[in-house]
Design a protein around this ligand. Sequence first.
Ligand SMILES: Nc1ncnc2c1ncn2[C@@H]1O[C@H](COP(=O)(O)OP(=O)(O)O)[C@@H](O)[C@H]1O
Ligand SMILES: [Mg+2]
Length: 255
Amino acid sequence: MSDCALAVHDLSVRYGAAATALDGLTLEVPRGEIVALLGPNGAGKSTLMRAVSGLLPVHGGSLTSGRVEVLGTDVTRLRPSGRVRVGLAQALEGRQVFPELTVAENLAAGGYVRRYRKAEAREVRERVLHHFPRLQDLMDRQAGYLSGGEQQMLAIGRAMMSQPSVLLLDEPSLGLAPKIVETVRDVILDINREGTSILLVEQNAAMALSIAQHGYILEGGRVVREGSAAELRADDDIVSLYLGVAPVEGAGQHG
Ligand SMILES: Nc1ncnc2c1ncn2[C@@H]1O[C@H](COP(=O)(O)OP(=O)(O)O)[C@@H](O)[C@H]1O
Ligand SMILES: [Mg+2]
């Protein structure tokens, strides 16, 4: 398990007294890979992301079993900030940037846990911005006024400010126009090529399986199928279930 960037073992999650949201889920992200996590609404994808990042309690959820390892370190009992120090970062569902803060301040917040010195922070920021040339022109803008695509870039850029080994992305293409989805896809690929392992949650299965090496399909809190991305792309059932649907809902609503 230790040559995995991320390993999740037998994870079960509940929200209050409600039914189990994750039911004994096991998955792995090998070092250097992109792994896609697909599945219908309500399958438990975001719940898995919260369990991995340590944010479950914020949402009223709790682990009833299981273990999360990042780079071979058991982080199950660590708080979110501790997990960031081990090498984990995430851009959550709904691109939760700080709307009142500027782009520059949002990026700085992403590096906070690392306690960079000034020069170091600048250096890391330069490296991150290299992936997001568009953000360079928007440094003093309030994040809440950016377009949907720009906010998504900022959410990913902010996560990259902690120089993670493992990046969690929860539906980065949601609500974006097809051209912007392409840009997001290219950025994810670039970041991965520089060595960051990625767990990519997507409803846009076509996009996710076009860049992932491996995929898992989640339904009702369980893995119902896994395989290489090529295998999943070639599977008729999966194509009709997940690739046949219009891949970009709400395209054109946001820029
Ligand atoms: N904060 C919450 N409180 C109670 N139930 C929740 C909460 N978040 C998600 N759920 C439930 O857990 C299940 C999985 O949800 P979620 O992880 O958001 O799925 P997905 O991201 O795959 O759409 C759903 O039944 C959903 O209603
Ligand atoms: Mg979700």
